[in-house]
Design a protein around this ligand. Structure first.
Ligand code: UDP
Length: 481
């Protein structure tokens, strides 16, 4: 199944990221950095489900690897269907247990592995049991990780799971302030915690998985690498120092990776599970600076028909030009064809000023000078990419860590404005007008440009994220066993 990496003295690092787009992409970026700048041998492991998706989206050589950088795939227990498996997170997490024996066999077949880098609990534990050094690469923010770390305490305090369904509605989550988390602002509410806590079921599989995975990351890895940068989450990172293994912040990875000269063999290695439409960049070329709203809800979030229609009319009524990523499976997990849900009058009325497509090269889109704002679900990668490009955000968190990310973007970093979860077209329209033309929009733009500068400095040669990367290599990954 694996093309064995050549046996040399170079450290051999095995990456096995959680098999969802937002984890695989930054993991491949980190792997490329270790290979290009430090000469590491890399084995990058996908699940078979994702391998099939990658091969459908790209030329076969996207997974053939290059000298010293090979791909492997292990069974994942999922049925061989085309469906985007990341939408059922609990099922995906549980199915990953079936990958563990295959992972062990793979390691036994490969040249000696110096370090396993993963965010999957079972893989980290298996690696440690096999006597391998392991490191967590956490692909979401330190703030959401810190919130997840508090869940055991919420259980011990009798808050989780919630006693009544009413607590999940009627503003209870908004009203309940959690002011005791080290390194987090005093105004953080239960509403800002990752959505996994929103349950009344004592047997909820996500809560169980969350508790055991948080305990695993405290005790199993030799270090935790975070995809963030020191200045963005300084207080949270400092507070974590006492409770977690050594922490290293190495982001924003797109800015670090962009320093690898283009045109090299690494460019052929793909992490996009869907085929990118590059023609949207041509469409953007003709547009004025800061004139286009970019809309994307990431790789997992799904909308119901009503939500799609309300966003559509909000965009139409704002009179702004927009580039909208509408995945084929965006509406009700793909049960509804987006083209059949969008009203014909909307399509006809906006055709001169919209571009809608299934998947785009998002980094390049956000870096384009035409983009004036990003209507986002607040996935961590999307937020870092937006901050790195100096693009203010309209935040519509959908689930998982996105509530925490949105709260930080809006209240701490002041680069975003939240839209209600049940937003109707008028709210969407006025939020778009505000971010594109209003005073608040101008203020957010100024602030996000300051953050862009800080992100750029973090990612400059010799900047904090490079220094942290070199430190984790020296202090952990390359340490003699
Ligand atoms: N992305 C992309 N093209 C798209 C939409 C998303 O390349 O059309 C990328 C985006 O750049 C980001 C990732 O997919 O790196 C999504 O990760 P994120 O953490 O933002 O959200 P998730 O998909 O995990 O909810």
């Amino acid at each position: 199944m694996a093309t064995p990496a050549p046996h040399t003295e170079k450290p051999h690092v095995l990456f096995f990221p959680f098999p969802a787009q937002g984890h695989v992409k930054p993991a491949l970026q980190l792997a490329k950095l270790l290979h290009h700048y430090h000469g590491f041998q890399v084995t990058f492991v996908h699940t078979e489900h994702n391998r099939r998706r990658l091969l459908r989206a790209h030329r076969p050589d996207a997974l053939s690897g290059i000298p010293g950088f090979c791909f492997a795939a292990v069974p994942d227990g999922l049925p061989p269907s085309d469906v985007n498996a990341s939408q059922d997170m609990a099922a995906l997490l549980l199915s990953l247990e079936t990958s563990v024996p295959h992972f062990r066999n793979l390691v036994a077949d490969l040249p000696p592995v110096s370090c396993v880098i993963s965010d999957i609990e079972h893989i980290l534990i298996a690696a440690k049991e096999m006597g391998l050094r392991c490191v967590t690469f956490w692909t979401t923010g330190a703030c959401a990780f810190m919130a997840c770390q508090q869940c055991q305490q919420l259980v011990d305090m009798g808050i989780l799971p919630f006693k009544e369904a009413e607590q999940l509605r009627n503003g209870y989550l908004d009203r309940t302030v959690v002011d005791w988390v080290p390194g987090m602002p005093k105004h953080i509410r239960l509403r800002d915690f990752p959505s996994f806590i929103r349950t009344t079921d004592p047997e909820d599989p996500m809560i169980k998985i969350l508790l055991s995975s948080m305990a695993c990351h405290r005790t199993t890895p030799s270090a935790i690498i975070f995809h963030t940068f020191d200045e963005l989450e300084r207080e949270t990172i400092a507070a974590m120092a006492g409770i977690l293994p050594p922490i290293y912040a190495v982001g924003p990875l797109p800015l670090l990776v962009s320093q690898i000269p283009v045109g090299g063999a690494l460019d052929t290695l793909e992490s996009n599970l869907s085929k990118e439409n590059h023609a949207c960049l041509e469409w953007l070329k003709g547009k004025g600076p800061n004139s286009v709203v970019y809309v994307s809800f990431g790789s997992i979030a799904t909308l119901n028909k009503e939500q799609l229609v309300e966003f559509a009319w909000g965009l139409a009524n704002s009179k702004q030009e927009f580039l909208w990523v509408i995945r084929d499976d965006l509406v009700n997990n793909g049960a509804d064809e987006p083209a059949n849900v969008l009203p014909p009058e909307f399509l006809e009325g906006t055709k001169a000023r919209n571009y809608m497509t299934n998947w785009v090269p998002q980094d390049a889109v956000l870096q384009h000078e035409a983009i004036g704002a990003f209507l986002t679900h607040c996935g961590w990668n999307s937020m870092l990419e937006s901050i790195s490009a100096g693009v203010p955000m309209l935040c519509w968190p959908f689930g998982a860590d996105q509530y925490t990310n949105s709260r930080y973007a809006c209240s701490e970093w002041r680069v975003g404005m939240e839209i209600s979860s049940d937003a109707k077209r008028d709210e969407v329209e006025s939020a778009i007008r505000e971010v594109m033309e209003g005073e608040r929009g101008k203020e957010m733009k100024r602030t996000v440009m300051e953050w862009k500068e800080k992100a750029t400095v973090a990612a400059m040669p010799g900047g904090p994220s490079w220094v942290n990367l070199e430190k984790v290599i020296r202090e952990v990954i390359c340490l003699a066993q």
